[in-house]
Design a protein around this ligand. Structure first.
Ligand code: ATP
Ligand code: MG
Length: 248
């Protein structure tokens, strides 16, 4: 596969590079074809959010870091899209705070799990996923598979780009679930304990820069429904007030 040449001056350079990475990772067998559709849904919401982290994003990121640092056994779940889009930032966060990472995919196959695990190992981080002997109760078929010392035993799970069904099943297991999802209306967003309405790469890059000694008090005051409503009000207000005419 030839890499697509995107000139750095293109106004959507970053966005096109992200797409190009997804395509490359599709050819590597890490991203599925339906993962490309999921990305399109995310991009549409990112457009509405102004393609940057907003105050409600940053607040949820602060609360999430504080929660993770106070957890006994937190795990970051990664799928194909998350690997393609945010691998480096996740590696930095996982190493900085010693957080476990587990490959967990919707369209399960041992081969794709191995490719994700090997990708992270080649970049210097050992992650879980090759020994998924346990199951998340209530999820049919292979997509409920997880590792005994990973997601199965975790008290807090960070699930970027997750489907709502699995978020609900993890909640029923008694876990504290942190979702990362650009769509504040998705079932995942509404089912999680904390929802970070932000792009997955920006989220981990922001978390890396946060001061871990601050924000501990934010957890007690945080109200996820209120924060999701902030995100929706932001979108509505932005659409009402946007100066949408381009200067040509
Ligand atoms: P539901 O949560 O309502 O069950 P779903 O999870 O099945 O829906 P999908 O389109 O399969 O819906 O999942 C992709 C989700 O990931 C979407 O909600 C989309 O907004 C979100 N998403 C896609 N790309 C990104 C990204 N780069 N960063 C954050 N979220 C993203
Ligand atoms: Mg979802």
């Amino acid at each position: 596969m030839n890499r697509l040449e995107i000139p750095k001056t293109h106004p959507r350079y970053d966005n096109l590079m992200q797409r190009e990475r997804l395509v490359q990772f599709y050819y590597k067998g890490i991203v599925t074809i339906s993962g490309l559709i999921s990305h399109g849904r995310g991009e549409a919401f990112d457009y509405l959010l102004g393609e940057k982290s907003q105050p409600f994003s940053i607040l949820a990121e602060k609360v999430s870091l504080a929660k993770v640092l106070g957890s006994r056994s937190p795990v970051i779940s990664v799928n194909g899209n998350v690997t393609a889009l945010a691998d480096d930032a996740i590696i930095d966060v996982a190493k900085k705070y010693g957080i476990k990472v587990e490959a967990n995919i919707f369209h399960w196959s041992q081969g794709r799990i191995e490719k994700i695990v090997d990708h992270f190992r080649d970049k210097g981080l050992e992650i879980l996923g090759k020994n998924q002997t346990e199951r998340i109760p209530g999820l049919e078929h292979d997509r409920g598979r997880c590792e005994r010392n990973g997601i199965y035993a975790a008290d807090t799970v960070i699930v970027p780009l997750e489907d709502g069904d699995r978020v609900e099943a993890l909640r029923r297991m008694g876990k504290f679930v942190i979702a990362i999802d650009l769509n504040p209306l998705s079932r995942s967003a509404r089912a999680a304990n904390v929802t970070i309405v932000d792009d997955v790469k920006r989220t981990f890059e922001n978390i890396l820069k946060l001061n871990p000694d601050e924000n501990k008090n934010e957890i007690n005051e945080f109200d996820n429904d209120k924060n999701l409503k902030e995100a929706m009000s932001f979108i509505a207000h932005r659409l009402e007030t946007l100066d949408w005419k381009l200067e040509l």
